[in-house]
Design a protein around this ligand. Structure first.
Ligand code: DC
Length: 219
């Protein structure tokens, strides 16, 4: 049995940093599911250019392996935009569901897994042991994204980042399949006014309680 931590939230909310912090603290395996959509967007752009069709992406998704993708090239604003566009294709989502659920099977003998994305607590692992929905104000998220981009030498203005985030939020929240929404049983974590250490402390205390109960039951 594997203890599953599901973390969802919009771009720049701090969910990735939090997920990595949890995986280190609890020695859980970590899966950033956004990297699947980003990797597929990168392949679609490489193979077909910006005019790829829905069927082009579905064909690529059927043969997709994240291991063949260079992770560093996935973090640009262009890949962010196209990953959210392809994430609205229902056939793509149903193909990628298998890879995401497969991660739990691969880690069946590990103590736990932490998985972050947009639909982890609602669709991928609706029975996760604990769920978090991480958010922050759009201004704070844009500031964080600007720091990420400048570290990667991508020059982009604050206003442009705000516009990109608004568009991406809208696409992620309004798509017909698995839209970005908090699961009913998720703990809501607003990181606007707290730093990453404080956020990790808050979620860790909740995980410890849940994990204790889980260990007692599964002894
Ligand atoms: O978390 P991220 O910014 O790397 O995700 C990139 C895009 O991938 C995001 O805009 C929507 C999509 N995504 C998704 O639809 N479902 C997930 N579980 C993870 C990401």
């Amino acid at each position: 049995m594997t203890f599953v931590v599901a973390i969802d939230g919009p771009a720049g909310s701090g969910k990735g940093t939090l997920a990595i912090g949890i995986s280190k603290k609890f020695n859980f395996s970590y899966f950033d599911t956004g990297s699947l959509y980003r990797g597929l967007a990168l392949q679609a752009l490489d193979v077909h250019g910006e005019n790829f069709t829905k069927n082009d992406v579905i064909t690529l998704a059927r043969n997709f392996s994240i291991n063949s993708i260079d992770q560093e090239s996935l973090r640009s604003s262009k890949i962010g935009k196209y990953s959210s566009i392809i994430a609205s294709i229902p056939e793509v989502r149903s193909i990628l569901i298998k890879i995401q659920r497969g991660f739990k099977e691969e880690n069946l003998y590990q103590k736990g897994i932490v998985v972050d994305g947009r639909d982890i607590g609602t669709v991928i692992f609706p029975n996760a042991n604990i769920k978090f929905f991480v958010s922050a104000s759009i201004e704070e998220r844009a500031k964080r994204r600007l720091i990420d981009f400048s570290e990667r030498n991508e020059i982009i203005s604050y206003n442009e980042v705000i516009k990109q985030l608004q568009k991406r939020d809208q696409r992620d929240k309004e798509r017909s399949v698995a839209p970005l929404v908090a699961a009913e049983d998720a703990h809501l974590v607003d990181t606007t006014c707290i730093n990453k250490e404080e956020a990790l402390k808050i979620v860790s205390s909740l995980i410890i309680v849940e994990l204790d109960d889980y260990m007692k039951i599964n002894k």
